[in-house]
Design a protein around this ligand. Structure first.
Ligand code: NDP
Ligand code: 2IT
Length: 445
């Protein structure tokens, strides 16, 4: 079988799922030579099996708004692969959620979790719920209805959800609380919990911190650092917030954040109380970053635009999938950026990645760079199993070491003959081999 024949076969089953096909193509094309060189993988038909989710759950989520009107959303949990541990991955509430998005995220999560070196399989869940303008009571009722079905499919040794877009500490509280009531057990079934009820220190910051630690390692290989670098960030959510904090700490200057309404350029840098203000903006359930420019006169708002046109040294997309396209990549290349790190899941289109790599610009794929979030979730699971909680410094140290290890794995598997490190190939091969070997060891199950 050739690579194209394989992709045709996958497309015949999944062609109506563009995000999932995009994620599959990127992984399989970079591991194809490993597959061809390993008879055991062929004997066990690993590739066809690894692109097939082990279980897909879809369910109705009925709920009542504050006016007494009844709504119904569609809920999902994709339990993608459990070869190396219980299913693990976030829950996303956003109107753009559909089965293709859930499957792409569950597939990516499988390799990301493998890269962390912790025993976690891959999963993802969510609903096409739009939280904008919704009251706290409406969000609580939605979360309870979602959990009224999901609870029977998860468990601390089966499947452990966490947050993602639209799901933070508040939503996890409502879901965890309802699970606890239904099952009559207080267990580590969610990560990203509040610190008072089993959550790990540093988990809120972990994804953003990890992204910056990974980028720091890439810069180090080039004999460089964050010191004095201008950085463009997109989004203004949890991941963006963590990344901005750590970049400031390392001496970089973040000049942009963005929302669906446009982007903010703040030449004075987004630091100090402005970073705290990002959490206020996000918690407002209002998708406008424009408010930042109304509050801080040093900032300018560019409606309907993306931040990739601003001259910077480093670009870090932190919002959502396919938010950086070939036109944006061309702008970044023209502005001579040195590094592009994916903090969101699959934020760059395949064409944009190809252009950046051809220009020999440092490029970090999301499944490696943003793995610090789920890695710290893994550390939360360990703390819950041991019934104790570690201080922030310890969690941060572990996270830092894990990110350095992931960078090293990418470097080992991705260094090209000309010395350029293809981090996409490195991450995919390192993540894939461990899952594939475990699947072979267990036979056909
Ligand atoms: P948040 O909900 O906190 O923030 C998401 C941000 O992206 C918001 O600014 C949101 O604005 C914006 N956004 C979401 N969807 C779209 C869209 N379709 N178009 C434009 N903007 C959009 O989520 P997180 O910060 O947690 O997640 C950001 C990214 O990081 C996601 O890709 C997520 O999968 C990934 N990630 C998150 C991890 C975590 O631990 N939280 C771990 C690893 C990866 P709005 O909602 O107003 O549209
Ligand atoms: O995409 C991701 O890695 C996450 N949203 C975090 C998953 C987790 O289980 O912490």
């Amino acid at each position: 079988m050739t690579f194209n024949e394989f992709m045709d076969k996958v497309a015949a089953r999944n062609s109506h799922e563009p995000e999932f096909m995009q994620a599959v193509k990127e992984v399989i094309e970079t591991v194809w030579d490993v597959y061809e060189a390993t008879p055991r993988y062929q004997q066990y038909n690993i590739l066809e099996r690894i692109v097939e989710p082990e279980r897909v759950i879809q369910f109705a989520v009925p709920w009542m708004d504050d006016e007494g009107k009844v709504h119904v959303n569609r809920g999902y949990r994709v339990q993608f692969n459990s070869a190396i541990g219980p299913y693990k991955g976030g829950i996303r509430f956003h109107p753009s959620v559909n089965l293709s998005v859930m499957k792409f995220l569950g597939f990516e999560q499988t390799f990301k979790n493998s890269l962390t070196t912790l025993p976690m399989g891959g999963g993802k869940g969510g609903a096409d719920f739009d939280a904008r303008g919704r009251s706290d009571g409406e969000i609580m009722r939605f979360c309870h209805s979602f959990m009224a079905e999901l609870y029977r499919h998860i468990g601390p040794n089966t499947d452990v959800p966490a947050g993602d877009i639209g799901v933070g500490r508040r939503e996890i509280g409502y879901m965890f609380g309802y699970y606890k009531k239904l099952v009559n057990e207080f267990t580590g079934v969610f990560t990203g919990k509040g610190f008072e009820w089993g959550g790990s220190r540093i988990r809120p910051e972990a994804t953003g911190f990890g992204v910056v630690y990974f980028t720091e390692e890439m810069l180090k290989v080039q004999g460089d650092s964050f010191k004095g670098k201008r950085v463009a960030i997109s989004g203004f959510g949890n991941v963006a917030w963590g990344a901005v904090q750590k970049i400031n700490e390392l001496g970089g200057k973040v000049v942009t954040i963005s929302g669906p309404d446009g982007y903010i350029l703040d030449e004075d840098g987004i630091s100090g109380e402005k970073v705290d203000y990002m959490t206020v903006l996000r918690a407002s359930n209002n998708d406008r970053v424009k408010d930042y420019a109304d509050k801080y006169p040093s900032a300018k708002f560019f409606p309907g635009k993306r931040p990739w046109e601003v001259p910077v040294d480093i670009a870090i997309p932190c919002a959502t999938q396919n938010e950086l396209n070939e036109e944006d990549a061309q702008n970044l290349i023209n502005n001579k950026i040195m590094c592009l790190t994916e903090a969101a899941n699959m934020p760059c289109t395949p064409k944009a990645i190809e252009m950046i790599q051809n220009a020999k610009i440092l490029f970090a794929p999301g499944k490696a760079a943003n793995a610090g979030g789920v890695a710290t979730s893994g550390l939360e699971m360990t703390q819950n199993s041991n019934r104790l909680s570690w201080p922030a410094e310890k969690v941060n140290q572990e996270l830092h070491a894990i990110m350095k290890g992931i960078h090293e794995a990418c470097r080992t598997h991705g260094t090209q003959p000309d010395g350029y490190i293809n981090y996409v190939k490195g991450a995919n091969v390192a993540g894939f081999v461990k899952v594939a070997n475990a699947m072979c060891d267990m036979g056909l199950i």
